[in-house]
Design a protein around this ligand. Structure first.
Ligand SMILES: NC(=O)C1=CN([C@@H]2O[C@H](COP(=O)(O)OP(=O)(O)OC[C@H]3O[C@@H](n4cnc5c(N)ncnc54)[C@H](O)[C@@H]3O)[C@@H](O)[C@H]2O)C=CC1
Ligand SMILES: O=C(O)[C@H]1O[C@H](OP(=O)(O)OP(=O)(O)OC[C@H]2O[C@@H](n3ccc(=O)[nH]c3=O)[C@H](O)[C@@H]2O)[C@H](O)[C@@H](O)[C@@H]1O
Length: 449
């Protein structure tokens, strides 16, 4: 089938490449010339495992093209996917500027009957607006159908998720539109759920809101566990073993970040307000997450009094491992707080450092490896649980730091591991390790003055 994809971000690019991989002829359109230039050369502008190989292969097979010219991609497309961004507006709602522009672009350039498929996460009712805009701009007696086909991929495993998703949700007004999308997706061999457009739009927000709720819930239990002396790792394991609850998304930490949970939870609260529904639970989820982001910094302040003048190693900058995405990453708030406090920050991330430079304070220094970040640091903060960081941070801290102190926002190590290597260790939802010994020696030191 001839398919156009508007927007070549995480979703659009992965969708385009994977649709080409299963045999469709895909033209990806983006307004960003620099991006398209790279894409044409087979260089993905984002870090996603396995994407480059599939991209090059499908460009070579002539099934995948990239352009900045809408007409080129849209004029003979039978199906057009919209995968542009829907960022958060100042009032928390989803900003639909790019969606409306894409709809206008489609209307102006399609040259036949068309099915417009929205992959972007959009508030309820948006697909009907898209239909109206496309219809208002088409230059012929063409039939316009719309479908909501929300995306559930995770960054870092986007290609894998596309081929191994739990479900494909197809929301349409007609059976014919649903049948086209079913046919397109047949090669993926993933269960399809057909719904109305509005239900499909809701499924996406409800899924992200539920996952965010799970995270805030376990973070609340973590805070409580610290206070009563329980260990959140054991608690989460025990809770998750009940398969009605499930073990995924029960990792306590420094709160959820990324390009979707923060904006989609806010957007759903705004959607609720518009229909006079007070979504109390979701508002609390958001509040808990905001508080969670500061807990590690507060712990360090409590431990040291002030971090002024201290050299702090920040390990892991991306919002989660296996991605270079810095959107709503915990490292941003942490680097800002540390810098405002007067600390000297030296940061390291295996992949995200170039993107980090665009959003972290200018004074932040960057180390080329973990060893260099840790070497002269007084304290280490772990913010992203990259495999490399998990493997090296504890060992290197114990080897290279004069008095190793780690604040771990991702619970990378067991209490036993840290006890063994004599590192003063603070994590989330568990008691501090070696704290007493250090405090005792501090007391002795103080007494000697
Ligand atoms: N990033 C993710 O993991 C997921 C994102 N989503 C949703 O998918 C949508 C897209 O997200 P991302 O891919 O992260 O966005 P992104 O911001 O990475 O990419 C969007 C792309 O669209 C392009 N664009 C904007 N207007 C255009 C136009 N009129 N014509 C052509 N190109 C245009 C931009 O230049 C940009 O390259 C959002 O609604 C997001 O909530 C859904 C599931 C997963
Ligand atoms: O709509 C979207 O964009 C996507 O949002 C999330 O995917 P993503 O943001 O890529 O990453 P996740 O793996 O879900 O992690 C999100 C955040 O939650 C945090 N998290 C995750 C799991 C957990 O147990 N604890 C926890 O703190 C992560 O560190 C990260 O900051 C969803 O998992 C995808 O299904 C969805 O398609």
């Amino acid at each position: 089938m001839k398919i156009a994809v508007i927007g070549t971000g995480y979703v659009g690019l992965v969708t385009g490449v994977c649709l080409a991989e299963v045999g469709h002829h895909v033209t990806c359109i983006d307004i960003n010339e620099e991006k398209v230039e790279k894409l044409r050369k087979g260089i993905p502008p984002i870090y996603e495992k396995g994407l480059d190989v599939l991209m090059i292969d499908n460009i070579d097979r002539n099934r995948l093209k990239f352009t900045t010219v809408h007409k080129e991609g849209l004029s003979d497309a039978e199906v057009v996917y919209i995968a542009v961004g829907t960022p958060q507006s100042a009032d928390g709602s989803a900003d639909l500027t790019y969606i409306y522009q894409a709809a206008k672009d489609i209307g102006e350039h399609v040259n036949r009957d068309v099915l417009v498929v929205t992959k972007s996460t959009v508030p309820l009712g948006t697909n009907f607006q898209v239909k109206e805009i496309v219809e208002d701009h088409v230059k012929g007696p063409f039939k316009v159908e719309v479908a909501s086909n929300p995306e559930f991929l995770r960054e870092g495993s986007a290609v894998y998720d596309t081929f191994n998703g739990d479900r494909i949700v197809i929301g349409t007004e007609t059976e014919e539109a649903a049948a086209i999308l079913e046919k397109i997706n047949e090669p993926f061999d993933i269960p399809v759920l057909k719904t109305s457009i509005t239900s499909a739009e809701m499924i996406k927000y409800a899924s992200n809101a539920f996952l965010a709720t799970k995270i805030s819930f376990i973070n609340e239990i973590a805070s409580l566990s610290e206070k009563v002396g329980a260990d959140i790792s054991d608690v989460a394991k025990g809770v998750g073993q009940d398969h009605r609850i499930g073990s995924q998304f029960l990792n306590a930490g420094i709160g959820y970040g990324g390009s979707c949970f923060p904006k989609d939870t806010q957007a759903l609260v705004r959607i609720s307000e518009e229909v006079e529904h007070d979504f109390k639970l979701l508002k609390s989820v958001i509040d808990v997450n905001a508080r969670q982001k500061t807990t590690l910094f507060e712990k360090a302040k409590k431990r040291f009094g002030t971090l002024k003048g201290m050299r702090v190693a920040l390990l892991g900058l991306a919002f989660k491992p296996e991605t270079d995405d810095m959107r709503e990453a915990a490292s941003i708030e942490m680097a800002n707080a540390l810098t405002a406090e007067g600390a000297e920050v030296i940061a390291y991330d295996p992949i995200a450092m170039e993107n980090a430079k665009k959003v972290l304070p200018e004074s932040v220094q960057y180390a080329e490896n973990i060893e260099n970040a840790i070497k002269d640091a007084t304290v280490v903060f772990i913010l992203t649980d990259w495999k490399e960081i998990k493997e090296k941070a504890l060992l290197f801290s114990s080897l290279f730091m004069k008095k190793p102190i780690i604040f771990d926002g991702r619970n990378c190590y067991s209490q036993e591991e840290t006890e063994k290597v004599q590192v003063e260790y603070y994590s989330v939802g568990r008691s501090a390790v070696n704290e007493r010994a250090i405090h005792d020696s501090n007391k002795q030191l103080a007494a000697s003055f």
